[in-house]
Design a protein around this ligand. Structure first.
Ligand SMILES: [Zn+2]
Length: 364
């Protein structure tokens, strides 16, 4: 049902994107009547509940894209000031309050009425007006347009001019429709509360169980443990996309950590008496291929050797995770501890972001 809504929203949005929107939401121009206007309270909710997380996540992604540009492209980008200016957009998001003006417009420097403005009744705040916005919006675009307008105003605080702010606002609207970005709030909540399939919490618990019960690896339970490790690998793969909005980019280490899990898996498999001979031999061969004659290798070395791929094919993060050659349980235990500690860092990032809300105050 959610998808259908977005499809409708996308159609509506496409016809609106060409409109100028200086300090305004992009919808509702041209004298068309809006059959089902948004409730102003939806705008308040979108501001208070969604905007902080969505904006932070989205700017994280935009910053990553920005970092891919060469220096000349960066200086020409509308994002230059917000990522390279005197004050980063991430600080601004945390320090700025949003005034929601419920029964009057916001005003620009010239005293013209606007949906949004950097002039609010208190210092350190921006203004948005559910009063003027609501009639132009509907249930499908209210969140998207509200967050995108806040994005617009906040970028001004980082020094963008009108053209740059509008360009970023348009990108935001486009991303929010296209990337299903409003899943972010839901995913963050689930990830941070550990309710999602493959939850980080449960993965950590399973890892510690393995660390604390070495006998599991040699006893009848070893098969279950082996299977658990595979499950962890699948879970992490599944969650990888969900945590890709974290700014500190620790999530990028998930891929090299999966290599570490895969090495442990190969070791356990090669030693599992219930595996058939061919499988055990294959696992052992894979292990030997990965480590070669070394007792410590980087994830890059290991995976490149195992897959016979050019090492430069893998990202820089593959150098940040090293794999000890597995000789038995003590090494497995220390490797599992390393993985669990890493997951805790990711979990902390997710929780911090999930707990973040823009500060907001209402005025008449
Ligand atoms: Zn503006």
């Amino acid at each position: 049902m959610f998808k259908e809504k977005l499809t409708i929203a996308l159609l509506v949005a496409t016809s609106w994107t060409s409109l100028a929107m200086a300090g305004a939401v992009s919808g509702g121009g041209g004298g068309t009547t809006n059959p089902a206007p948004a409730d102003p309270e939806w705008i308040v909710l979108a501001t208070g509940i969604d905007s902080g997380k969505i904006m932070t996540s989205w700017f994280n992604r935009q910053e990553e894209l920005f970092e891919l540009l060469n220096e000349r492209e960066k200086t020409q980008s509308p994002y230059f000031k917000i990522f390279r200016g005197r004050k980063s957009i991430f600080e601004i998001i945390k320090q700025t309050a949003v005034e929601v003006r419920m029964s009057a417009p916001c005003y620009d420097a010239n005293g013209d009425a606007k949906d949004g403005s950097i002039y609010a009744s208190r210092p350190g705040a921006i203004c948005i007006s559910p009063f003027t916005m609501a009639p132009k919006l509907n249930e499908y675009n209210v969140k998207i347009e509200t967050v995108a307008l806040i994005v617009h105003e906040l970028t001004h605080l980082a020094g963008t001019d009108e053209q740059e702010a509008e360009s970023i606002q348009r990108d935001a609207i486009w991303s929010f429709y296209r990337l299903d970005f409003f899943d972010v709030t839901w995913k963050l909540k689930n990830l941070s509360e550990g309710m999602l399939k493959g939850m980080i919490d449960e993965t950590i618990v399973r890892l510690y169980r393995g660390i604390q019960r070495p006998e599991d690896l040699q006893s009848d339970l070893s098969f279950a443990f082996w299977r658990d490790l595979l499950q962890i690998r699948e879970d992490l793969d599944y969650n990888h996309k969900d945590v890709s909005f974290l700014r500190d980019h620790h999530y990028k280490l998930i891929a090299p950590y999966l290599v570490k899990i895969s090495a442990i898996h190969d070791f356990v498999c090669s030693n599992d008496a219930r595996e058939d001979q061919a499988s055990r031999a294959y696992c052992l061969e894979q292990l030997n291929k990965g480590y070669g004659a070394d007792s410590v290798v980087t994830a890059r070395q290991f995976i490149a050797r195992q897959t016979e791929t050019d090492p430069s094919f893998f990202d820089a993060e593959f150098d940040q995770v090293s794999l000890l050659k597995i000789t038995g349980f003590p090494v497995i235990s220390s490797e599992l501890t390393d993985i669990a500690n890493y997951l805790r860092v990711v979990q902390k990032e997710v929780r911090t972001l999930n707990a973040f809300n823009m500060s907001l105050y209402r005025t008449p």
